[in-house]
Design a protein around this ligand. Sequence first.
Ligand code: FAD
Ligand code: NAD
Length: 471
Amino acid sequence: MAKFDYDIAVIGGGSAGLTAAFTANAVKKNVVIIEQDRLGGECTWTGCVPSKALLKAARVAYQSQHASKYGIINDCNIDMSGVMNYVHKVQEEIYQKEKPEVLRADGIGVLIGKAEFIDSHTLSVNQNKIRAHKIVIATGSSPAIPPIEGIEDVFYLTNQTLFGLEKLPASLIIIGGGPIGIEMAQALNRLGVEIKLVQRGERILKKEEPALSGALAEKLRKEGVELLTGYEAVKIKEENQLILTVSNRKMEKELKAEKVLIAAGRKANITGFNLDKIGLETGSQGIITDSKMQTNISNIYACGDVVGPYRFSHISYHEGITATINAILPYPVKKMNYDNVLWVTYTDPELAHLGLTEEQARDRYGDSIKVYNMDYSELDRAMTDGQAGQAKFICDKRGKLLGAHIFGARAGEIIHSCQIIKTMGMPFKKLQSVIHSYPTYSELVRDGAKLAYIGDWQDRLNLVNKLAWWK
Ligand SMILES: Cc1cc2nc3c(=O)[nH]c(=O)nc-3n(C[C@H](O)[C@H](O)[C@H](O)COP(=O)(O)OP(=O)(O)OC[C@H]3O[C@@H](n4cnc5c(N)ncnc54)[C@H](O)[C@@H]3O)c2cc1C
Ligand SMILES: NC(=O)c1ccc[n+]([C@@H]2O[C@H](COP(=O)([O-])OP(=O)(O)OC[C@H]3O[C@@H](n4cnc5c(N)ncnc54)[C@H](O)[C@@H]3O)[C@@H](O)[C@H]2O)c1
């Protein structure tokens, strides 16, 4: 009998686990993926996919309601069950590519059941023991529930229950001004729900450039979202409707709504499957790994939300590849590099974030950094479409991009030319010589690069002038 049933066992069938299983299978390893619920994980069922589909429906409603700006007159009626049908149809379409039958046909073993460690090579699944040479943990994260007095006694929504609603409430309080809270505030408000959003910090989306998250806050307020920044949710009770007490330390307020959505951060899924029994190290973010995604137990790797701190599907994907390649090699060598992490908040318009903010860049590099600001009003395409927006590009003293931040139409797409130039380590100004089609939003990045190019020439001329004076 072979010593192991599988070369690799992957625990968790979300973005990270699926990538790990596909990667191992592509290099002909005998791999099994174990999922306690449905393959696809959070992204397909309770995260990216339903939230983006809901945002799309909300955008159609908003454009329809504001079509008179373009001379189009119509009646806009929102059929909420139709909207939810659309969301669920998209989820099913995406699931077609990740169903157990599809993976099995490809040669990947699939077990539906909860995996628990017996020892560092052995798992129990549905009372059966399976042994694997290497194990990749990709068990994801769950919504963190803040310590709000009375929260155990009321029904509240999280991302795990929101997309299962057939009917939307008339009013909703959202706790948390991070990406989940903000995306859902805009989507649901546009679909007719009265939204109050409570954010503990002084501003929403606290990781973003303040001017850009400020512009998004202004847009949301204009659309009718009530944003209460600087307030913490502290107490909740139910009296026909939900009554939430929020406090800014000086005063308290009561907010009332039909439902409450908690979007107050995440906690890694590290309990209930015997990590402590095998001595696997965990910390406040989740499972502790080195840069090769290897844990303190050498045959066990981890990836995705269970590791943190960047909890995104695209990061799960790259970590999943890194963990699996290292698990396959005799010695792990491939490192995960977080220098070029980027993300997009998919509001309308989008807010895209790459690398350092101006404040972070100044803290790290002092006043040698160069900052180039652009406005969508300089783009003919933004004019034809009636779109506003702004961008900031931050370079080091040699002209290499340290950060790019764009708030405006298609920001999530056009940020990728910044990402390519940054990842390739090329000076930002190089982009100004790349031919861009007219009229496109991408011209914004080219024109930002032109500012860097001109700035560079000015520096050289200043130097020449200085030298000439000295002579
Ligand atoms: C509302 C929302 C919107 C989001 N939007 C975006 C977005 O637009 N873009 C983006 O990049 N990211 C987005 N994210 C984040 C993204 O969804 C996650 O980063 C990503 O899904 C994490 O993938 P994962 O594989 O690590 O974990 P998960 O997808 O959570 O997968 C873990 C899987 O492991 C299973 N599991 C857990 N324990 C066990 C066990 N013991 N045995 C067997 N199975 C187990 C779970 O059932 C689950 O299916 C969003 C998140 C939310 C909540
Ligand atoms: N577009 C995207 O890529 C996207 C979209 C949604 C989610 N995500 C991922 O999911 C993760 C989780 O998102 P999130 O929005 O839940 O978390 P988050 O941690 O980014 O934001 C939660 C916010 O809630 C606030 N908060 C916590 N307790 C509070 C209280 N009692 N009262 C008031 N405010 C309180 C926190 O200060 C914080 O700003 C994100 O970090 C991201 O990785 C990504």
